[in-house]
Design a protein around this ligand. Structure first.
Ligand code: SF4
Ligand code: SF4
Length: 424
């Protein structure tokens, strides 16, 4: 389906139409590259409602600018392709029902319905060791029985319960009722999912203090889990949206013995394959997927010097990791997303932050994700944390690097403290 949209965008650009991709995110950057490779032209621009991005150019595609929706709408017949695992529905709803544009101007428009519910619960799910869980970080998020890890009966029951909650036939889980994302929102009438994530525990060759994945007995632990079998069941039940993301985070994903089938499946279907990796090994098979199909690698850097990196990760692997990252970014359809998890007293200092930003700049990174989510709110409420956060955001901005706010990684408290006032 993604190929079809790339063709449509090419046809429209060739016919001198203005076509905007929205929002400005890793998914739309990769699609822009696919469009260029298909027809030798980039889409008109990326479009985003974040005023801090307006007027900026991407580092990875130096001639693509980010503009506001107001600007894009100045041309009466401009068109849009909207691709975001967590926000497509909201952006389409805003353009069509609030700004009143003709839905035919959205190339991938689908009918929406307005509901008082949580859009993440409607459209984004994770399978983990013990349950299906909604793709959000809240402790009180809904958990559904995964039927002993049987993909068929598990997906069937997930679909039924999720729809019944949306329709008010089953009450929302208690914690969700007052959650900040439970509100009037647009969701797809088809009730198809935008993303499905694999977050089983798994083995990792790093030894980060805050993580339990480095236990030797976790080697082979994933054997009992299914991967692409879940996607096949979702397909059979017509639950997969025409542009779809699959997130793979199972210890060190690129050492997981079962990954190949999943990679092949995503490549074949052109799903966005979104992989969490520490990049200690270079996964040739992942690199090969990104020759023809979209891949995002999310990598926790959390340091700007080899010493800090070794302290946090428990292994001395900074140079090797950087070498691998330089190799990965050569793949045509690979977006690289560095994360910076603040670890109090270790990487919350000027030297690490500035070195980290320099590395990102050299890699021509477009989006960095700062993360506090695993930390006590007392830390991210401290003056020092705020100062260091501000330094990180400002230094990134000086290098034309935007901060990607991954809603599903942040709690409400975090949003309250860091949204807006820190340029994030
Ligand atoms: S906890 Fe909040 S974000 Fe998560 S599913 Fe419930 S309402 Fe949605
Ligand atoms: S690199 Fe990631 S998965 Fe591996 S030990 Fe560290 S936090 Fe855990």
């Amino acid at each position: 389906m993604l190929d079809k949209y790339v063709d449509i965008v090419c046809d429209k650009i060739n016919a001198e139409k203005k076509v905007y991709l929205a929002p400005a995110c890793m998914e739309t950057v990769i699609i822009s590259k696919m469009v260029f490779d298909k027809c030798g032209k980039f889409p008109t621009a990326l479009c985003d409602n974040d005023i801090r991005k307006h007027g900026k150019y991407l580092n990875s595609i130096q001639d693509m600018q980010i503009v506001s929706f107001d600007k894009a709408l100045e041309t009466k017949d401009s068109e849009f392709l909207i691709v975001s695992p967590h926000h497509s529905n909201a952006i389409m709803g805003n353009l069509v029902y609030e700004r009143g544009i003709d839905s035919n101007r959205i190339i991938n428009f689908q009918p929406l319905e307005k509901k008082h519910t949580c859009a993440l619960m409607a459209q984004n799910w994770i399978v983990e060791d013990r349950h299906f869980v909604c793709c959000c970080i809240e402790e009180y998020k809904p958990r559904f029985n995964h039927h002993n890890l049987d993909p068929k009966s598990g997906i069937e029951s997930l679909d039924e319960i999720r729809n019944n909650i949306i329709d008010g036939k089953i009450p929302m889980p208690e914690g969700c009722v007052n959650c900040f994302t439970n509100k009037d929102c647009y969701i797809f009438k088809s009730r198809k999912l935008n993303s499905f994530d694999f977050s089983f525990r798994g083995w990792c060759n790093y030894k980060c203090d805050y993580c339990s994945s480095n236990k030797p007995d976790l080697k082979g632990y994933n054997d009992r889990f299914s991967l692409e079998e879940y996607l096949i069941e979702l397909e059979k039940r017509d639950m997969i949206n025409d542009i779809f993301s699959v997130l793979f985070a199972v210890g060190e994903s690129c050492l997981n013995e079962k990954r190949f089938g999943l990679y092949d499946y995503c490549q074949d279907k052109k799903y966005f394959l979104d992989v969490f990796s520490n990049c200690s090994v270079f996964d040739e098979s992942l690199f090969n997927v990104a020759q023809t199909s979209p891949v995002i690698i999310r990598k926790s850097f959390d340091a700007g010097t080899p010493e800090t990196y070794a302290k946090i990760k428990g292994v001395n692997c900074y140079e090797k990791m950087l070498e691998n990252v330089h190799k990965y970014i050569k793949a045509p359809y690979l977006a690289f997303n560095p994360k910076y998890l603040f670890v109090p007293g270790i990487n919350d200092n000027e030297k690490d932050i500035i070195n980290f930003v320099n590395v990102c700049s050299e890699l021509k990174i477009d989006f960095v994700t700062p993360v506090f989510s695993f930390l006590d709110s007392k830390y991210f409420d401290s003056e020092h944390a705020k100062q260091m956060f501000k330094l990180l955001v400002n230094e990134l901005a000086k290098n034309n690097i935007m901060t990607a706010n991954v809603d599903t990684l942040y709690s409400e408290t975090y949003h309250k403290v860091y949204s807006g006032s820190f340029g994030f």
